[in-house]
Structure formats: C-alpha cells, structure tokens
Design a protein around this ligand. Structure first.
Ligand code: DGL
Length: 255
C-alpha cells in the first residue's frame, strides 16, 4: 500500500522530496488538485469541498496513510478528514512555536496564503504561543502562482518579495516561517532579501520525521516498496515522466 501526499499543486512536492530521502522503501501517490489551484485565495467552503473530493478519490486507492502536504488544506479540513477516515492523516501547520521559542529578541515573520492566515487554526496557534507579540503574518498568494507556472527567475522573485515586504523593517527579523508548501522553492530569494543569518523554517522535515514514527508505531512501515511515485492531477493519472519530475529535479538541486 502507498502513502498519499496531497496538495493543491506542486507545493506538496517539497514535502514528498523529504519523504523520498527518508523513506526509500515505501511507494507513494502524489495528488495535485491542478484543476483548482490555488486554494489560498478561495473561500473556506469551496476549499473544503475540493479537499473532501480529493480525499475520497485517494481513499479508493487503498492508501495506508495520508499526508496533507498543504498548510491551507490542513487548516480547513484536517479535523473533518480524521473523522471520516481511519488511516493515519498528517497535516502541516506553520512552525510558529519553534520559531518563537528559539528566536530570542528578534521578530518572526510567517509567510503563508491569505486563507491560512485568516483561519481560526492559525489565529489560535499565534495567540497560544506569541506572548511577546513578535509574530507578523504576510500573505504571498502570487508566490503560489509563480511556482505553478515554473517561474524561478531569482531577480523577479527578489523584486516581488521586496515589494511585498516594503512596509516592514527587515532588520528586525530573525526567523521566517514558510507556512505554505509552495514557498521552499524560493528559500534562496528569501535569503537574499533578509539580513544575513536569517533562519528559515519549513515544516517538511518535521512532518516526515513524524510520518516515520507513526508508520513504525502502527506497524505500517513497508520495507518492500521502491520509492515509486504515481502522480495524479485532479484525479487524472499522469505519465511517469510528468511535469512533477521536473520540479523534483529542481528541488534536488536547490534544497
Ligand atoms: N501549498 C499550499 C499551502 O501549503 C497552498 C497553496 C494554494 O493553493 O494557495 O498552503
């Protein structure tokens, strides 16, 4: 049985890539809801319906675990998904707590989609951990579109980020939390815009460490798989060498 990864588009590949490194004896399904990407600028109701449809499709594939490799989808539907299915379901949420704990006196910037930032799940998380009021959130929906369109021109992205952060004093920040799985593609551009030594946190490694632990605890680890990935775009099976392979190759060279 495979482990399924789900995202609105190519963002979840940044999480899958970590799984391919750490779990070489598993097989995977990667499902991108390409007909409906982006999620982060839609309404909660629309997105919830789309996620439940995708999960219904994946559950028919006899999967042994589901990784919701999308912060937006996690904030909207993780509880509902766990109510509906008995296989383990892992989500992603912006790593605000570790960022606040290790940050000392500097501010923390959380970059995510508009929907993630406005959701209750994120608001509650911040009010629980941000005692000193050092966390700022910035929505970067265009970065999702750039990634989907394979726009990785460093100069263009740096220009875009400078524009989005023009109201902030960037010297005040010590940590950036990438709260959207599309953003790790652009780590290098974030580094260029922020002061030297900026810490950039994304949730991929933590999620995959946790996945490993769950698979072992539940006796679901395979040992027989060969790191094969079957790709689906909104329910349509892709060729083995699809556009996703191009993204995975890019990730291997930058992360
Ligand atoms: N990759 C997604 C996330 O982690 C969502 C991007 C989008 O569809 O807006 O939030």
């Amino acid at each position: 049985m495979s482990i399924a990864f789900f995202d609105s588009g190519v963002g979840g590949l940044t999480v899958l890539q970590e799984a391919l490194k750490q779990l070489p004896e598993e097989n995977f399904i990667y499902y991108a809801d390409t007909d409906h990407v982006p999620y982060g600028t839609k309404t909660k109701e629309e997105v919830k319906k789309l996620i439940l449809e995708a999960a219904g499709f994946l559950s028919q594939k006899g999967i042994k675990a589901l990784v919701v490799a999308c912060n937006t989808a996690t904030s909207i539907a993780i509880n509902e998904l766990r109510r509906q299915y008995s296989f383990p379901i892992l989500g992603m949420e912006p790593a605000v707590k570790p960022a606040v704990e290790k940050n000392g006196s500097k501010r923390v910037l959380v970059a995510a989609t508009p929907l993630t930032l406005q959701e209750e799940k994120y608001q509650n998380l911040v009010s629980r951990v941000d005692y000193a009021h050092i966390v700022d959130g910035v929505a970067l929906p265009e970065l999702v579109e750039y990634a989907e369109d394979f726009v990785f021109d460093q100069q263009l992205i740096v220009h875009y980020l400078r524009y989005k952060f023009s109201a902030l004093d960037l010297q005040q920040y010590g940590t950036i939390v990438l709260g959207c799985t599309h953003f790790p593609y652009y780590k290098k551009s974030f580094r260029e815009v922020f002061p030297d030594g900026i810490d950039i946190i994304d949730g991929s490694m933590g999620t995959i460490n946790y996945l490993k632990k769950i698979l072992n605890e539940k006796g679901l680890a395979s040992g027989k798989g060969r790191r094969e990935v079957t790709f689906f775009s909104s329910g349509k099976k892709e060729e083995r060498d699809s556009r996703y392979t191009k993204y995975l190759r890019l990730l291997n060279s930058i992360i």
